[in-house]
Design a binder for this molecule. Sequence first.
Ligand code: SAM
Length: 261
Amino acid sequence: MKKRPLGQNFLNDQNIAREIVRLAGITSDDAVVEIGPGHGVLTQYLLETANPVTALEIDAKLCAELKNSFSDSENFRLIEADATKFDYSSLGAKFKVVSNLPYYAATHIVKRLIDYRSRITDMTVMLQKEVVDRFVAQPGQKEYGSLSVFIQFHCEAKRLLEIPKIAFSPPPKIDSSLIQLTPRAQPAVQVESENTFFKIVHAAFFHKRKMLKNNLKAWENRFEQKNGSTHLAGIDLSRRGETLSLADFAQLSNFIQAQHD
Ligand code: SAM
């Protein structure tokens, strides 16, 4: 099969397209940003309700086609741009995101959108099922890792729909899932320093199969010995990072930060 560097697998099932837009819960008060409209399968339904629909598409040929298809829709705006680099603050105070994301850049785009979270009401996005599994994974599950902590720290994550590969043309190799991410007004756990929190999270998952006492060696001078086992901030370091909740990571981070101050 021809290589598709722009992740161009187009949804060809109108019922699924309609259902995605319904699940996004758009009202006529909503401004919507659609990333990668492609041939406009979601755009056509978004335009029925949202105002405006701002579509960001990187491919010049598709932009020409979209301009043609939606020239009659006054609420349609098209920007030829790279969604991984786009300055979303140019789009107004508050908007929703709806997208069937290009796989190759899906995580990157979601992380960038999270940087602009104060402007985003919610994002209803389709991406690789295995990435969605990681977004929503809970402690103890094999998909749980630093990406799960990052997403859940900033957003509430709700899985909405599974989409089989046959719904696309050409069909990709893997299935997709639709997820709604709603940025939280406050992070899920209170931390003194987000920088320290995420440093610890990344270190804890660096060697997934290793115990925390190995992965958190950088903070070894804070380790405590209790009843023959090693602890930090009251957490037993014979545990693995994958067993720690966001609250546990916050406990570690705030303890370490307090000793910094
Ligand atoms: N929304 C359409 C659909 O559901 O059929 C297309 C989805 S397709 C998976 C991804 C779309 O994103 C393509 O139209 C592709 O050209 C566009 N795209 C890829 N990389 C992009 C980027 N960095 N910025 C903006 N659009 C991009």
